[in-house]
Design a protein around this ligand. Structure first.
Ligand SMILES: CC(C)(COP(=O)(O)OP(=O)(O)OC[C@H]1O[C@@H](n2cnc3c(N)ncnc32)[C@H](O)[C@@H]1OP(=O)(O)O)[C@@H](O)C(=O)NCCC(=O)NCCS
Length: 329
């Protein structure tokens, strides 16, 4: 096992106050039921950002909490890496808005786009920056306002997502704690199974795009489900192999929170019992790249992650992208 190069020294989350339950879909004309949503996804409720709550503002709340726990001032940050599929503006990055909001004047700030796997990608990039001496202290955030890109008329997708942000401070490791292994993969051949067809540079926003709603998320749910289970299982295996650990060495597994059935299948594959798997998809829905850092912060707060805990994280998302990481806390 390698000696950790980078360690998590603080965590935080930024969650909109407004909760939307499965029963609230009736009020917006969606033909669904609480039972259908729970049975297929495990989701009971999700938080939805209101006017004025942005990807940057949720990220800032998460970042401030993480910085406070880490006793790190904004001026000490060498970099801010923000993973998001819902940038507040397409230019510039949301990371620079966050930098301005925090007053982190010394930081290099940039966004990473790898959909739901984005935060693990961002962590791996951050670890590399610490390894090469480019940075010592990095804020790594996942922040998503999924409610701004889902089609609120498509019952097959709108019931699955939620908004929120999670953040950690990553710093050069001084002890045996920190990132033990990481793994990332992508397959762009499968991009059109989960995507926003229009609204970018190739097919810019137009009256037709708005009319046809092609700027919103389209998903082939069944196909995505199959790939998610296969890829997250592979990612879990690879992170364990690289760290020379087995499922028995893992104190807690934090999978991307998309769907409880995907989570159960992935845990089973790695022979990790469900009582060692962190699940909060019932309360948040799928918050894309924010889901793992939100779960880490909750697990720390509840004492589920303790000093010395070995935690396996696995994610899968649009692209497709998939990734994993093992951290000793
Ligand atoms: C989306 C998902 C929950 C749908 O479950 P499923 O068992 O595959 O269901 P299907 O898409 O085959 O649809 C079954 C039926 O339910 C209906 N349905 C879809 N959404 C519904 C809803 N919200 N409420 C009620 N019925 C719904 C469909 O119209 C379909 O009806 P039909 O058979 O009459 O055509 C499931 O495929 C899934 O979780 N996929 C992965 C999605 C995901 O996690 N994406 C993010 C990855 S990061």
């Amino acid at each position: 096992m390698k000696r950790p190069i980078a360690a998590v020294i603080g965590t935080g989350r930024g969650i909109p106050l407004t909760v939307m339950t499965n029963h609230d879909f009736a009020a917006i004309g969606i033909e669904t039921s609480h039972e259908w949503i729970v049975e297929r996804s495990g989701i009971v409720e999700r938080h939805i950002a209101q006017d004025g709550e942005t990807t940057c503002s949720m990220a800032a709340t998460a970042a401030r909490a993480a910085m406070e726990k880490a006793s790190v001032q904004a001026g000490q940050l060498d970099a801010i890496i923000l993973s998001t599929a819902t940038a507040d503006r397409l230019l510039p990055s949301t990371a620079v808005d966050l930098q301005a909001e925090l007053g982190a004047s010394r930081a290099a700030a940039f966004d990473i786009g790898a959909a739901c796997s984005g935060w693990l990608y961002a962590m791996t990039v951050a670890e590399g920056m610490i390894a090469t001496g480019v940075a010592e202290t990095i804020l790594v955030v996942g922040s998503e306002k999924m409610s701004s890109i889902i089609d609120w008329k498509d019952r097959a997708t709108c019931v699955l997502f939620g908004d929120g942000a999670g953040a950690v401070i990553l710093q050069r490791a001084k002890t045996g704690k920190g990132i033990l292994s990481s793994f990332m993969r992508s397959d762009g051949q499968l991009a059109n199974l989960l995507y926003r067809p229009a609204g970018g540079a190739a097919i810019p926003m137009s009256a037709q795009v708005l009319e046809e709603r092609t700027h919103l998320v389209k998903m082939a749910g069944r196909e995505v489900f199959k790939h998610a289970v296969r890829s997250m299982s592979e990612a879990a295996d690879r992170a364990l192999d690289i760290a020379r650990l087995t499922g028995a060495d893992i104190d807690l597994m934090i999978p991307h929170q998309a769907n409880v059935r995907i989570i159960e299948a992935t845990a089973k594959h790695s022979s990790i019992p469900m009582d060692k798997v962190y699940v909060n998809v019932d309360r948040f829905g799928n918050t894309s790249s924010a889901s793992i850092p939100i779960a880490i912060d909750e697990a720390m707060e509840k004492g589920v992650i303790r000093e010395g805990s070995t935690v396996l994280m696995v994610a899968f998302g649009a692209g497709f992208t998939w990734a994993s990481m093992i951290i000793r806390f």
